[in-house]
Design a protein around this ligand. Structure first.
Ligand code: GLU
Length: 197
């Protein structure tokens, strides 16, 4: 289990997310990623295997990702090798639902097989990707309704940061048996898997 940081407010998100992730480096990780969006424009996702400095380099310190709402993740792989593809965030086919996850989805294989039968295609080897497609399956415009249905289906421990493209400037945070905290500042809201971030 590794790190989650999310920010939604009136400042550029990417530098804040990178800074938060750097405060969680002490936990160890094998890859990292960011998803940032500007209003209802399509989300931009950048991932990098290895150290956080790779993600800093790929995003010019966060400057190349424009938007005031985003989620970031440092991964400690449990399902699927450390790689760019397996790094979080994960997303549905249209990239309008984006998820970061700490923890393990115990019944992911069963859910994955069911979703594949319904035509969902998986690109990663992670347990996490099942969450993105399951949210897609249940999503009919109401994020809380879809998230609640997903929580009833998945078994395991999780802290999640989720963004829905058609709900700009909103960030959804979910947790069960994994830490996640919510903070409010004068510049916006923050979620984090640990206090230093
Ligand atoms: N189980 C997930 C994965 O392997 C999340 C790991 C984590 O908590 O960093 O991608």
């Amino acid at each position: 289990m590794c790190g989650i940081v999310g920010f939604c407010g009136n400042k550029q998100a990417a530098p804040i997310l990178l800074d938060g992730l750097s405060k969680l480096e002490y936990r160890g990780y094998d890859s990292a990623g960011l998803a940032v969006r500007d209003g209802s424009a399509q989300v931009q996702i950048v991932k990098a295997k290895g150290r956080l400095k790779e993600l800093y380099a790929k995003t010019n310190g966060g400057q190349s990702l424009i938007g005031t709402c985003g989620i970031g993740h440092t991964r400690w792989a449990t399902h699927g090798e450390p790689s760019d593809v397996n790094a979080h965030p994960h997303y549905n086919k249209n990239k309008n639902i984006v998820v970061v996850h700490n923890g393990i989805i115990e019944n992911y294989l069963k859910l994955k097989q069911k979703l594949e039968k319904k035509g969902y295609e998986f690109v990663s080897e992670t347990d996490t990707e099942v969450l993105a497609h399951l949210l897609d399956y249940y999503y009919q415009g109401n994020p809380l309704q879809a998230i609640t249905k997903v929580m009833h289906r998945v078994e395991g421990s999780y802290a999640l940061g989720i963004m829905f493209q058609d709900h700009p400037d909103e960030l959804y945070a979910v947790r069960k048996d994994s830490p996640l905290i919510v903070g409010e500042t004068e510049n916006g809201c923050v979620i984090a898997s640990d206090v230093p971030a």
